[in-house]
Write a protein that binds this ligand. Structure first.
Ligand code: NA7
Length: 534
């Protein structure tokens, strides 16, 4: 006898990160909502990534919710760039203040979902055995959720502990007196290594590709700056949406080719000292579109690395030479390059001498064995698609999403996938993602989704789907935007090239947030162009 209890609700939200929490708040007035969360707390990215030094690389006054004026007036961010504990505290505060927890089922990840075409309902099944039937699913599952774990053999033989930065123990890790091996020099590695170096007996950093790292210039939040934002929050939130990356940076007036060498130097020094890494990729109008201009900026950053790092061999290894600056996401650091001047830190180039195995005592490359007591992997994520592909999702005609996406994701406006009706994604593949400040852009996407759902109900429709033609049109738009930039010249999680064997084209929309929102809005006002409602 089947004893399973089936519950019914209007909307299932997957994920209680910042977008998922906002979706609960935004839609609960008119709808029943159940939210399933894999972790035992709110915050999503900022719940899982609690490694030493974890910090957002967008200024706190921007990287926060704008939906409630009292919240943004009353909340005080201690620092210009918020550290993970402050972001998690904020997420918890929001969950309590707005009573969101009652809709969230913690430690209960969604495992499978099936669309019933007869009733136009999703059947959602979870790890704890919940079976919820709903009209819509909003997947706020995060672009960077599923850790990429290194494939080398011998993991179980290593006598020490192996950590991934995205699954960091809540109680922290004490590396005192230990020889630590650290793999990965993306945003995460750049933040974590200087702090681990202060504790460890020795830190060996295994680098495959060096990163362009700007100094963060992080400080306590300046009271006058905070006051100015609080006095102008409403118009600033609107202004943010009108900027390319939903972030206030200074946009340039001049091409690199219009500047004298002195002007170039002055502009670059100003960008280097600004509190935004992204200022570097817009130091001139053509940094992201013209390799000659890009090279001027890359060489400037390399000159800073050579000035900072005393050992010339290490400095040279740390200089990125194989891809354009801005091609992958820029990193901000706090003492990253300076760390290599410590006696207890060494750098190993695993591009020329790749890691091949974990051993009982450490790591083995093709040429050497490294004796280690602990290993940290900061090797990134099965980005954009991983968090949905790990759920067994069955759409129309028994088609699985993971099969449909076997050669890479296809979406329309990054919001929907043809053949998977009534399933909306926030920060989905082929959306602005990490090229737009994620809390404010996530709020915008949730509002857009809420508008679509409200229209469905007012018009008496029960199913909304998109088409493969619409997906092809969107893929062409995403490619066109990427083709005009230097992004395609770098291998990264933006284009699925961070993991050997992963397939997919360019997965981020780099056409700018205003163009993205205009296209999403126009799809609605043009009688739901690209969608089929029935
Ligand atoms: P990233 O940016 O994907 O960085 C992962 C790092 O790990 C990067 O340096 C990789 O080298 C390295 N890596 C991955 N696999 C291997 C193997 N097999 N061997 C050696 N090195 C490896 O992830 P992060 O967590 O740092 O940052 C993700 C985002 O969070 C970031 O973009 C911001 O948006 C915030 P590679 O460069 O691929 O050669």
């Amino acid at each position: 006898m089947d004893t399973e209890t089936i519950e019914h609700t209007d909307i299932v939200v997957i994920g209680a990160g910042f977008s998922g929490m906002y979706a609960i708040w935004r839609l609960r007035g008119d709808h029943g909502i159940v939210c399933f969360e894999a972790g035992d707390g709110v915050g999503g990215t900022w719940y899982w990534n609690r490694y030493p030094g974890a910090r957002v690389d967008i200024q706190s006054v921007e990287y926060s919710y704008g939906f409630d004026e009292d919240l943004q007036q009353e909340w005080h961010w201690p620092e210009h760039f918020s550290a993970q504990p402050d972001l998690e505290r904020y997420a918890n505060h929001v969950a309590d203040r707005f009573g969101l927890r009652e809709a969230i089922r913690f430690s209960n990840p969604v495992q499978a979902m099936r669309f019933d075409a007869e009733t136009n309902r999703w059947h959602v099944h979870t790890a704890k055995g919940d079976h919820v039937v709903c009209r819509y699913v909003i997947a706020a599952t995060g672009a960077l959720f599923v850790p990429n774990t290194p494939p080398w053999p011998g993991r179980e033989t290593f006598r020490g502990d192996i950590y991934h930065t995205a699954q960091w123990p809540r109680e922290g890790v004490d590396f005192t007196g230990k020889r630590v091996g650290f793999i990965g020099t993306g945003s995460t590695g750049i933040q974590a290594t200087p702090l681990i170096a202060e504790q460890a007996a020795h830190l060996t950093v295994f680098q495959r590709t060096p990163a362009f790292v700007m100094p963060s210039g992080n400080t306590v939040l300046d009271p006058a700056f905070e006051q100015d934002w609080k006095a102008n929050y409403a118009p600033r939130r609107q202004q943010l949406l009108e900027t390319f990356g939903v972030s206030m940076i200074e946009y340039p007036a001049l091409s690199v080719h219009q500047c004298t060498p002195e002007q170039r130097k002055e502009i670059l020094e100003k960008a280097w000292a600004s509190k935004s890494a992204f200022q570097m990729q817009v130091a001139f109008t053509d940094v992201m579109t013209d390799m000659a201009a890009n090279t001027v900026v890359s060489e400037f950053v390399c000159s800073k690395i050579r000035e900072t790092v005393h050992d010339p061999v290490t400095a040279e290894l740390l200089c990125p030479k194989t891809y354009p600056i801005g091609g992958k996401r820029l990193c901000i650091g706090n003492g990253y390059f300076e760390m290599y001047n410590r006696d207890n830190v060494s750098l190993v180039d695993v591009k020329t001498d790749p890691i091949v195995a974990f051993t009982a005592t450490g790591l083995r490359t093709t040429a050497a064995d490294y004796a280690l007591d602990a290993i940290v992997t900061a090797t990134g994520f099965d980005a954009m698609t991983g968090s949905l592909n790990r759920i067994d999702i069955t759409g129309l005609n028994q088609r699985k999403l993971a099969d449909k996406w076997a050669d890479g994701p296809t979406t329309y406006l990054s919001a929907m996938v043809a053949g998977f009706p009534n399933l909306f994604m926030i920060h989905g593949p082929m959306g602005p993602g990490a090229q737009a400040q994620m809390i404010t852009s996530g709020e915008w996407q949730v509002n857009w989704t809420a508008r679509v759902i409200a229209d469905m109900e007012q018009s008496g429709f029960s199913r909304i789907d998109t088409t493969e033609t619409a997906e092809r049109w969107w893929a062409a738009e995403v490619d066109m935007a990427a083709d005009t930039t230097v992004h395609k010249l770098a291998d990264s999680w933006y284009n699925a090239k961070n993991i050997a064997g992963k397939k997919g084209g360019f997965m981020i929309y780099v056409g700018g947030f205003p163009r993205y929102t205009a296209l999403c809005d126009r799809a609605i006002t043009d009688w739901y162009r690209g969608f089929i409602r029935s």
